[in-house]
Ligand binder design. Structure first.
Ligand SMILES: [Ca+2]
Length: 254
């Protein structure tokens, strides 16, 4: 009886029959770990690939000039990342070189617009691994240092949340980044498609390449305070009914 009552109340409050009060849902990201493309050949990377499911973000036209490009890296067995990829075999590349003064401090990277749209009263958790590639000893360019990163969460053209350089991975390592963002009752961008951006900031004289892997976004519906209180109250009522029924059965056995 109690379960039926709670289920009915949750349905009435808009949580779906039998649904969880605050179920976390993983929103679909195409190719979230950059495993969809195969890196072949003698080198560990392919800078001719735009990872499947992703498009370039390059508002100032930096990519394609000189060697600046995006691609896919398979670091296993190299000294670039001695521990390999954080997820699967591959990671994404955003490589900006050479950096002329005209290219400095221009964010460039990858973005993906999801099928999911921004919902009211929902907590979003966006996480990604950010990598600082180790030097490969090339005399022509140096991968040492780190040009800075920013990851952004948008709905339509509304910037919801971002993380810029909150972690500083050492050369040859990835660091996890997570952003939490909770919408109110009628958020800006509500109903618009969610976009994720992964950017190399192109800070001059401080490294060339940023790598990304294991991109995730989850959504958790936050119950309206009134609905949650009603459910808690009626669940308590159901409990009381069950207790009363148990007492009656106990009395009957006497
Ligand atoms: Ca991967």
């Amino acid at each position: 009886m109690r379960h039926l009552l709670v289920r009915w109340l949750m349905a009435a409050a808009g949580f779906g029959s039998g649904g969880s009060l605050a179920a976390q849902v993983a929103l679909t990201i195409v190719n979230p770990g950059f495993e969809a493309n195969t890196v072949t050949g003698p080198q560990a990377f392919d800078a001719t690939i735009t990872p499947t499911g992703w498009t370039t973000y390059d508002p100032t036209g930096v990519l394609g000039r000189d060697y600046s490009d995006v691609g896919v890296l398979k670091p296993g067995g190299t000294s670039l990342y001695a521990a390999g990829a954080p997820e699967g075999n591959n990671v994404a590349i955003v490589f900006l070189w050479p950096q002329t003064a005209a290219d400095d401090n221009r964010p460039v990277g990858l973005q993906q617009t999801l099928a999911a749209t921004l919902q009211a009263a929902t907590r979003y958790t966006f996480s990604v691994q950010v990598g600082n590639i180790a030097s490969d000893g090339s005399p022509n360019y140096s991968l040492s240092g780190f040009p800075g990163y920013r990851v952004e969460l948008l709905a339509g053209s509304t910037l919801l949340a971002q993380d810029q350089n909150s972690v500083a991975p050492a050369d040859g390592f990835f660091s996890p980044v997570a952003i939490e963002f909770t919408t109110g009752g009628s958020p800006a961008g509500q109903g618009e498609a969610i976009t994720i951006r992964l950017l190399n900031l192109g800070v001059p004289n401080s490294g060339i390449e940023v790598n990304f892997d294991d991109v995730r976004l989850t959504a958790t519906a936050i119950p309206e305070p009134g609905a949650a209180a009603a459910i808690a109250g009626l669940a308590g009522l159901g409990y009381a009914w069950r207790r009363r029924g148990a007492r009656r059965r106990a009395d009957a056995r006497r």
